[in-house]
Design a protein around this ligand. Structure first.
Ligand SMILES: [Zn+2]
Length: 55
């Protein structure tokens, strides 16, 4: 499904862009709450894709 792929790519791009630009993520090795939120969105998109493939 192209729409699922788009959502997945968008979530990944948002996360990678954050990791590149967030000062807090660079200062600590740990992810800031925003990064965690984006990562969760990315994982949800991935899981949604796997779920639709099984259907
Ligand atoms: Zn961050």
């Amino acid at each position: 499904m192209p729409s699922h792929n788009d959502a997945l790519e968008e979530a990944r791009a948002a996360y990678e862009h954050h990791m590149r630009t967030c000062r807090q993520c660079h200062a600590d090795a740990a992810r800031c709450p925003v990064a965690k939120h984006l990562l969760r969105l990315y994982n949800n998109a991935r899981r949604g894709q796997a779920g639709s493939a099984q259907r």
